[in-house]
Design a protein around this ligand. Structure first.
Ligand SMILES: [Ca+2]
Length: 216
């Protein structure tokens, strides 16, 4: 009798902890303005230094503001491709079946977003096919989002409460309508947003309390 009554509250606490951890997740945005509005600071790589029609040996070392990162393709060809126009260049792959991967961030990155769409053999926009994006954070949580036309207005933004590990882009298409995955305006944010910031401050306050007690 007594052991059963002492066990119950413990089970309740475990259930609460499990519910709490499932809230730690990746928030998804599908338009650039609402994504940027959720960030306190960010930097964007426009890819406008790339030459449309030019091939680039991957991996590429690139940066968005002060955040360095790596851009590469897998699994078929390590070659990346400049797409779009000379006034607004995009990053694409050489092999239409490849993923474009952004990872190796030089500092913890909590948010990543980009325009993700399709381009044709010549690097010009192609709206055929489906674009898909997958992000993974350090808690091994993943978010996968699709858009069923590969339009240049397709935006995918992700805000995580743990640092992001990778942002991957792919297109899916039929045999007649081959579409290359294409990215523009990759935005990265290295500053945790208010929700995560509050947790950090609470942690710092706890540390401060311990330090103050030690001084007595
Ligand atoms: Ca651009």
């Amino acid at each position: 009798m007594t052991s059963a009554s002492t066990l119950r509250p413990l089970v309740a606490v475990v259930a609460l902890l499990a519910a709490g951890s499932s809230q730690a997740a990746i928030q998804v945005f599908t338009d650039e303005s609402s994504f940027l509005a959720a960030l306190s600071s960010y930097a964007t790589d426009t890819f406008d230094d790339l030459m449309p029609g030019q091939a680039y040996d991957g991996p590429l070392s690139r940066s968005a503001g002060s955040i360095g990162y790596s851009a590469w393709t897998t699994p078929n060809s390590p070659t990346l491709y400049g797409a779009g126009s000379s006034s607004d260049a995009w990053l694409s792959s050489n092999n239409a079946a490849d993923f474009i991967v952004f990872d190796g961030f030089s500092m913890p990155v909590y948010a990543a977003g980009a325009y993700v769409f399709g381009s044709d053999l010549f690097g010009e926009h192609s709206s055929t096919g489906i674009t898909a994006v997958r992000v993974t954070n350090e808690a091994a949580e993943q978010s996968v989002k699709f858009k069923f036309r590969a339009d240049t207005t397709n935006y995918f933004g992700f805000l995580s409460d743990t640092p992001l590990v990778s942002f991957e882009v792919k297109t899916l298409y039929g045999q007649r309508n081959v579409t290359w995955p294409t990215v523009d305006d990759l935005t990265l944010a290295a500053v945790p947003e208010p929700g995560t910031y509050a947790m950090l401050l609470a942690g710092l306050a706890a540390v401060g309390f311990v330090v103050r007690r030690r001084k007595r």
